[in-house]
Design a protein around this ligand. Structure first.
Ligand code: NAD
Ligand code: MG
Length: 307
C-alpha cells in the first residue's frame, strides 16, 4: 500500500476560515480493501472524526443520546460531537468493532460524559428492542435517537445480487430504523429528536447499489412520514443525506475496489467528505436550535444538490 504525506489529517480545526477544497485529502487515494465491517485504522489516508478538531459549545447539555454505527465513520463523528456538546451517549456497533468503539468511549469519557456500549446486530428485531430499553435504563431516559448504522455492498450485476444480501441491506438500513424508532418513541419527551441517515443515493442511485439505494429512498420517505405523525408530541424527525464520505464502509465492499482511488472526485468539490464535516448537522438537528425544522433531509454532498 502506497503511503503519502496525506496519511495524516492536516486540518487544524473546523473553525478556521479556509478553502474547503484543500481542507482535507483529495483523490487519488491508495488502492485498498478491507473486510466488512472494517476499521478506521485501515483507512489510508486516515479519516477525521473530530477527535482533535470538534469543539463543543454546550448545545446538548444534559441530553441522553443513542447513536448506532458509533464506532466508526459518520456515527463516530456524531457520537464524539454529541459528547463535546454535553450529551451522554449509548453506542451501538457490531461486536467485531469493539476496538474502534473503545476509542470513542475514551473520547466521550474525557469530556466527563457517560459512554455506554451496547454492541449487537441491528438486523435482529429483539436486539433492537432490547437496545432501546437498555439505553433508556442506562441513561435515565432518551432524548436523541441517531440512526447511522448502515450496510452497503456493491454488486455490478443484478444476477449477482442475492436475496440474502437484499434482505440484510433492508434489515440493517430500513427495518432496524423502524424498530428503533417504534421502541424509542414511548420513552421520548417533547423536545426529543430522531435523526436518520439517508444518502445522495436516494436521489442519484449508482448502478452498483441496487439494494442499498432504495433503502435510502425508503429512509427519506419514512423520515418525512414519521415527522408528520409525531410532531403532535413535540418530537422532531429529520435525516442527513451524505454524499461520498471517507469511512470504512466504502473500501470494505461499499464500492467496487477500482473506484476507491478516485472516491469523491466526482463531486463539485473534487474530494470525499470527512466524517467530522457531517457532525455539525447531526448536532444542529439534535439540538433545540433546529426547533422549527422537521421532516427535512439535509444534503452534505460536496456540492451535488439534492432535488
Ligand atoms: P461505517 O462503516 O463507518 O459505519 C457503518 C456502521 O454500521 C458500522 O460501523 C457498523 O457499526 C454499523 N452496522 C452495519 N451493519 C450493522 C448491523 N447489522 N448491526 C449493527 N450495526 C451495523 O460507514 P459510514 O459511511 O460512516 O456509514 C454510516 C451511515 O452513513 C450509513 O447509514 C451509510 O449508509 C451512510 N452513508 C455513508 C456514505 C459514505 O460515503 N460513507 C454516504 C451516504 C450515506
Ligand atoms: Mg465500523
Amino acid at each position: 500500500m502506497e503511503c503519502s504525506r496525506r496519511d495524516q489529517v492536516t486540518t487544524e480545526n473546523q473553525y478556521t476560515m479556509q478553502n474547503p477544497l484543500t481542507q482535507y485529502p483529495q483523490p487519488e487515494f491508495p488502492n485498498q480493501t478491507q473486510t466488512a465491517p472494517g476499521s478506521v485504522h485501515q483507512l489510508q489516508p486516515a479519516a477525521d472524526h473530530g477527535e482533535t478538531s470538534y469543539k463543543g459549545f454546550g448545545r446538548l447539555a444534559g441530553r441522553k443520546a443513542l447513536v448506532t454505527g458509533a464506532d466508526s465513520g459518520i456515527g463516530r463523528a456524531a457520537a464524539i460531537a454529541y459528547a463535546r456538546e454535553g450529551a451522554d451517549v449509548v453506542l451501538n456497533y457490531l461486536a467485531e468493532e469493539e476496538a474502534d468503539a473503545q476509542e470513542v468511549v475514551r473520547l466521550i469519557e474525557a469530556e466527563g460524559r457517560k459512554a455506554i456500549c451496547i454492541p449487537g446486530d441491528l438486523k435482529d428485531e429483539s436486539f433492537c428492542r432490547s437496545l432501546v430499553s437498555k439505553a433508556v435504563d442506562a441513561l435515565g431516559g432518551l432524548d436523541i435517537l441517531t440512526n447511522v448504522a448502515g450496510k452497503q455492498t456493491a454488486q455490478k450485476d443484478i444476477a449477482e445480487l442475492t436475496t440474502e444480501q437484499f434482505d440484510a441491506t433492508f434489515k440493517t438500513n430500513v427495518y432496524a430504523m423502524f424498530w428503533l424508532c417504534q421502541a424509542a418513541l414511548p420513552h421520548m419527551p417533547s423536545g426529543a429528536t430522531i435523526i436518520n441517515t439517508a444518502s445522495i443515493q436516494a436521489y442519484q442511485p449508482s448502478e452498483t447499489l441496487l439494494d442499498y439505494a432504495p433503502t435510502k429512498s425508503a429512509i427519506v420517505a419514512f423520515t418525512k412520514a414519521l415527522a408528520k405523525q409525531v410532531i403532535s408530541k413535540g418530537i422532531r424527525v429529520n435525516a442527513v443525506a451524505p454524499g461520498p464520505f471517507w469511512t470504512p464502509l466504502q473500501p470494505s465492499g461499499g464500492q467496487p475496489p477500482e473506484k476507491i482511488p478516485s472516491f469523491g472526485s466526482e463531486t463539485p468539490m473534487g474530494r470525499a467528505g470527512q466524517p467530522a464535516e457531517c457532525a455539525p448537522i447531526y448536532v444542529l438537528l439534535a439540538s433545540q436550535e433546529s426547533s422549527y425544522i422537521t421532516g427535512e433531509v439535509f444534503g452534505v454532498t460536496g456540492g451535488n444538490p439534492l432535488p
